[in-house]
Design a protein around this ligand. Structure first.
Ligand code: ADP
Ligand code: MG
Length: 361
């Protein structure tokens, strides 16, 4: 399976400059067959009737695996996925000035803004996740979250936190159902959909592939994936990475394999975008506890399974913030949702819907 390394978080500051540059990987030992693709396209190659494609957009790596007997349909599928990912990036990146989200952040504190159907969907879904998690998931985390720069190893000061934490509160997002509009209740509120938009992008991609008559596919955007059908007679095997594998060991075997069909699967980890704070020795990473404005600690990897990426993506971030006990409670109470949590000691916890692997003898 693809290793989702590096370039994780959607809508990172990188996204500003990113014109879908392309990767060629030798994962399957036949990189020579890869097409050196042009900008804005996937690098793709075929193996045993399957087509594999990878590209970079939305500040992350996207990967598609699909099967169809007609090569023209395969190509249409790949193009449809890339176009959709780029469209979503243009729409929801807070770093692209013309995007709906950037416009919203620029004006919603002054007056209510009427949202597009899509923005309404993502924001109301986010509000639902906030409500069921007592605010562990909160798209206003960005009011503080944008003061982190993981590449430059920067984090908000005590004063920044004190000043900006009151703006981190989903209750400050005043939605009007009648007019489908949104007003920010606090001038410092900033919204970022990096915890939900990739799951949505993956869902839309799968729908587009289905519309082309494709029945077997997998689409990933960073840690958010969804599989369509099976892998022609066997399940898809999706791996959970060892969260403490060193970067140079990026091709190490996953620690857990999940055999899946028709499922969305999202992993949130503290190892994708982080630095170690020199004075405290603490890992500073991209999943923020909205109560403190600091990186969530206690668990190091959370994988959530659900029918849709629109659920799996925000819920993996949520369970990461909630930790083992509250996280399992939430997931066990949700129909059709499961999770696998690796805690800080390396212990693996499973929700009640999953059968853990036999212990090694
Ligand atoms: P990734 O984006 O790396 O796949 P996740 O799905 O776990 O990882 O989402 C992490 C992203 O979610 C962060 O980069 C940030 O954009 C956003 N985020 C961080 N903390 C929160 C939070 N408490 N609530 C909502 N979104 C968050
Ligand atoms: Mg997520």
């Amino acid at each position: 399976m693809f290793q989702n390394v590096f370039f994780k978080s959607i809508f990172s500051r990188l996204a500003k400059a990113s014109a879908a540059t392309v990767f060629i990987l030798s994962l399957f030992g036949f990189a020579s067959q890869s097409q050196a693709a042009r900008d804005n396209s996937f690098a793709s190659w075929q193996h045993e009737g399957w087509t594999y494609a990878q590209a970079e957009t939305m500040g992350t790596r996207i990967a598609v695996t699909l099967w169809h007997e007609d090569d023209a349909v395969v190509q249409q599928g790949i193009d449809a996925v890339l176009n959709e990912m780029q469209r979503i990036n243009q729409h929801f990146s807070p770093w692209i000035e013309s995007s709906e989200l950037a416009q919203l952040n620029a004006t919603a504190a002054k007056a209510p803004v009427v949202l597009s159907e899509e923005m309404w969907l993502l924001i109301s879904k986010s509000m639902w996740v906030s409500q069921v998690s007592q605010g562990a998931f909160d798209i206003t985390f960005a009011s503080v979250g944008w003061h982190y720069d993981y590449r430059k190893e920067q984090q908000p000061s005590e004063e920044d936190l004190k000043r900006l934490l009151p703006a981190v509160n989903y209750r400050g997002l005043l939605l009007d159902k009648q007019t489908k509009s949104l007003k920010y209740a606090h001038p410092d509120i900033r919204v970022d959909l990096g915890g939900i938009a990739k799951g949505y992008a993956v869902d839309n991609s799968i729908t587009l592939l289905q519309q082309l008559g494709i029945k077997h596919a997998m689409v990933s955007a960073g840690g958010d994936s969804r599989v369509l059908g099976d892998k022609r007679g066997r399940p898809w095997l999706v791996g959970i990475k060892n969260p403490r594998a060193q970067a140079e060991e990026k091709n190490t075997e996953p620690v857990i394999y999940l055999p899946l069909e028709d499922t969305a699967v999202s992993t949130s980890g503290d190892y994708e975008r982080y630095f170690i704070d020199k004075s405290s020795g603490k890992r500073v990473h991209h999943i923020i506890n909205p109560k403190t404005g600091e990186s969530a600690s206690g668990v190091i990897s959370v994988t959530v399974l659900a029918d849709k990426g629109l659920d799996a993506d925000p819920l993996s971030t949520t369970v990461f913030v909630l930790g083992v006990e509250k996280g399992l409670n939430l997931v066990n109470g949700l129909q059709g949702v499961d999770c696998i949590i690796i805690d800080a000691s390396g212990k693996v916890h499973y929700s009640t819907g999953l059968t853990p692997p036999e212990p090694e003898k």
